[in-house]
Design a protein around this ligand. Structure first.
Ligand SMILES: NC(=O)c1ccc[n+]([C@@H]2O[C@H](COP(=O)([O-])OP(=O)(O)OC[C@H]3O[C@@H](n4cnc5c(N)ncnc54)[C@H](O)[C@@H]3O)[C@@H](O)[C@H]2O)c1
Length: 270
């Protein structure tokens, strides 16, 4: 059910790869709530062609941008402002990739070239996006930026490998830039720490099936779905959350504050 929460707002959505992507669902929800959007992804991801379906459904242009390229990001923000005829009200950063995780490298045997690449794509890219917008003065007053993260930034999940370090950095950038952008222009910046979700990025983690079931049994409300994450993100883009900034917000059905659940104890007793 739509409530026109984003009526008149304009946003950029990074990271819709296919219809399972959290960014895909968020793009659909933003448009249902009255927003106009621009879609973007790395040129290599766009070659799959899936995003054109979303672009059609959302009546949105697709502007390619590798989130590690300052030239691409400059072009993206400039072209988006031209398209909208003004500034941007919200940005979703839904980008993550670790070559070490993808290649099954354990945390004690990392390839550092892969670490560099993974950090740039998964964490530094948020700084790149924000710095580009900041310099172009591209985000309106009371604008909102959301990046997606995972609880491995606070607690150890061994097979999440170097993505855990990337997420810690991502959350730190959201806090630090949130201060500066808040002072400059009242722009708020938050991270949403989402439950494990079946997507291309999520399923790349070793043992994902067992893990998602464990999280489901540990969470009093169960795992939060991608659709529910999209709903939550809409609230953060809306005017109802104007004083929320520099926060890491758990969207995980209560997983983060649960020590153990009866179901997990019972499974241990068998
Ligand atoms: N799936 C989960 O279990 C889960 C849980 C918590 C947080 N997250 C986070 O949610 C976000 C979205 O992931 P998802 O689960 O929807 O998976 P996804 O694979 O659908 O999305 C990841 C996106 O990152 C994009 N990307 C990779 N390299 C890029 C680059 N250089 N430039 C621009 N874009 C690039 C990919 O093309 C893809 O669209 C990620 O930050 C992920 O870490 C996912």
């Amino acid at each position: 059910m739509a409530h026109n929460l984003l009526q008149g707002k304009k946003g950029i959505i990074f990271g819709a790869l296919d219809e399972n992507s959290i960014a895909w669902k968020t793009a659909m929800r933003c448009v249902e709530e009255g927003a106009q959007i621009v879609l973007t992804n790395a040129p290599i991801a766009l070659r799959m062609g899936e995003i054109n379906k979303l672009a059609e459904a959302c009546n949105a242009p697709v502007i390619p941008a590798d989130a590690t390229s300052m030239e691409d990001l400059n072009n993206l923000f400039t072209k988006s402002m031209e398209h909208f005829g003004g500034k941007i009200d919200f940005v979703l950063h839904s980008i993550g990739m670790s070559i070490n995780v993808r290649k099954g490298k354990p945390y004690t045997d990392l390839d550092y070239d892969f670490v560099h690449k993974g950090m740039d794509i998964s964490a530094m890219s948020l700084h790149r996006v924000l710095q580009t917008a900041f310099k172009l003065d591209a985000i309106s007053e009371w604008g909102s930026v959301v990046a997606l993260t995972y609880i491995a930034a606070q607690r150890v999940f061994p097979d999440y490998s170097d993505m855990a370090d990337a997420k810690s950095m991502l959350e730190s950038i959201a806090r630090s830039f949130g201060f500066h952008y808040g002072v400059k222009n009242k722009v708020r910046i938050n991270t949403i720490s989402q439950s494990p979700t079946r997507t291309t990025a999520g399923s790349g983690v070793k043992g994902f099936d067992g893990f998602i079931t464990y999280a489901e049994k540990m969470s009093p409300l169960g795992n939060a779905s991608a659709d529910q994450c999209a709903d939550y993100t809409v609230t953060l883009f809306s005017d109802y959350t104007r004083m929320v900034t520099m926060q890491n917000l758990f969207h995980d059905g209560g997983f983060s504050f649960t020590g153990v659940s009866r179901e997990v104890i019972e499974a241990m007793e068998k």
